[in-house]
Design a protein around this ligand. Structure first.
Ligand code: FAD
Length: 296
């Protein structure tokens, strides 16, 4: 079923959950065990990343099908278009159609990193798509039945020349056919409310689902922040760093979980339609957040 319809029918704030496909097939049983435990949160939908963090792209479809057919979740597959030819994307969308997957998150993806200092920078003209909006237009034109999500950025995307341009291109993706937005992770609720207010003032009335990532370790936080350009309030960072010093990863996880639960509460109070949790394939943290928020 289309996520846009599910959101319309959803009687209360909802959770959606993001997974990444395990790199190794040997980790599939553990992965599905975690996913099954998360059924207790009754997520409105679950999403499966595509090629992010080294996960294999072929696994996205396989995992999404199992989450749908074996676990009973409504799936959304992420799809990146960087470096792709139209034919390959068409073929993939036909596979999704064949598996009755109705929802995609249409993304550009990141340029492959040069393997050495001598390698020239990535040539953006090597594929048929330059921006996520090109993918959105393609899907709308050839696969009109799909429900399409697009990414939104509370802090501008790191490649954006300015906040103004970032917002203008985000609006463009929605006008080209995006049905809803899922945001990049962020830690300051005011960044989300400002994004929503700005989009509304530019005529976008589609749901904007905030993406919340519970911090699991200081190392993973630093890595993720270097990739996505998110901001972190200094007080919160100091608290995480102090926890790391005194109690290591377990203490960081505890602080991260409490903060994420606080963020969820604030976001719902601020009118978010629901919250998209970056699960990092971990059930305990997400279940704890739901418990702290009082949603279980
Ligand atoms: P775009 O919307 O194309 O934007 C990218 C940059 O180009 C921005 O700076 C934008 O301002 C600029 N831009 C956009 N349109 C134009 C235009 N017409 N002219 C000039 N400039 C333009 N990556 C993965 O590899 N796999 C995943 O599964 C994945 N899942 C994600 C899920 C979410 C919720 C989010 C927020 C990100 C995810 N990403 C994933 C990361 C994403 O691929 C990167 O952030 C990528 O760099 C940008 O993707 P985009 O779809 O936002 O691109």
């Amino acid at each position: 079923m289309k996520i846009s319809q599910l959101i319309k029918n959803s009687p209360r704030p909802f959770y959606s959950l993001e997974f990444f496909p395990p790199k190794e097939n040997a980790h599939m049983p553990e992965f599905f065990e975690a996913a099954r435990k998360l059924k207790a949160m009754s997520p409105l939908f679950v999403s499966v990343t595509y090629g992010a963090g080294g996960s294999r792209q072929a696994n996205t479809l396989e995992v999404a099908c199992s989450l749908k057919n074996e676990c009973g979740f409504e799936p959304m597959t992420h799809l990146t278009c960087v470096g792709s030819q139209r034919e390959r994307i068409r073929d993939y969308l036909n596979q999704l159609r064949g598996q009755q997957i109705d929802n995609i998150l249409a993304l550009r993806g990141d340029a492959p990193k040069p393997k050495s200092a001598d390698e020239p920078p990535y040539d953006w003209s090597s594929g048929d798509f330059q921006h996520a909006s090109d993918l959105v237009k393609f899907v709308r034109a050839e696969f009109s039945e799909f429900c399409i999500g697009v990414a939104g950025y509370p802090a501008p995307h790191p490649e954006s020349e300015s906040l103004e341009k970032d917002r203008r291109y985000t609006v463009q993706k929605v006008k080209d056919g995006g049905d809803f937005l899922v945001t990049q992770l962020f830690f300051d609720v005011a960044e989300y409310t400002a994004l929503v207010a700005d989009l509304r003032s530019r005529g976008v009335d589609k749901p904007v689902i905030p993406g919340v990532m519970p911090v699991q370790s200081l190392e993973s936080l630093k890595y993720v922040m270097s990739m996505c350009g998110a901001n972190i309030p200094q007080d919160y960072y100091n608290e995480l760093a102090a926890a790391d010093k005194s109690g290591g990863a377990a203490a960081v996880r505890e602080v991260g979980t409490r903060y994420a639960a606080w963020q969820v509460r604030k976001l719902i109070e601020a009118g978010a339609p629901g919250v998209h949790l970056y699960t990092l394939n971990k059930s305990e943290t997400c279940l704890k957040i739901a418990e702290l928020v009082g949603a279980l």
